[in-house]
Write a protein that binds this ligand. Structure first.
Ligand code: SF4
Ligand code: SF4
Length: 72
């Protein structure tokens, strides 16, 4: 049995740096602006959940631990 996991983004901690977007090997993270000064690039969300391979790279490389991997 495979353990499917998906990233959960904590936007209270996220600093909208886009590192998670850039490191995702299957480009399934997108960003959307919340219209605040804090998010020049927009906040990340899992845009293509079906494409996520549960690798955890986004959580590993987030500099402020704003990404948690949760069971899908
Ligand atoms: S777990 Fe891997 S594939 Fe899934 S969103 Fe994060 S970096 Fe992308
Ligand atoms: S790497 Fe972390 S801080 Fe940067 S945009 Fe992604 S969740 Fe936010």
């Amino acid at each position: 049995m495979t353990s499917e996991r998906r990233p959960v983004f904590n936007h209270k901690v996220c600093m909208a740096c886009r590192i998670c977007v850039d490191v995702c090997p299957v480009s399934c993270i997108a960003t959307a602006s919340r219209g605040t000064n804090k998010d020049p690039h927009g906040y990340p969300f899992l845009a293509e959940a079906a494409d996520c391979i549960s690798c955890g790279q986004c959580a590993e490389d987030c500099p402020v631990e704003a990404v948690a991997m949760a069971a899908a």
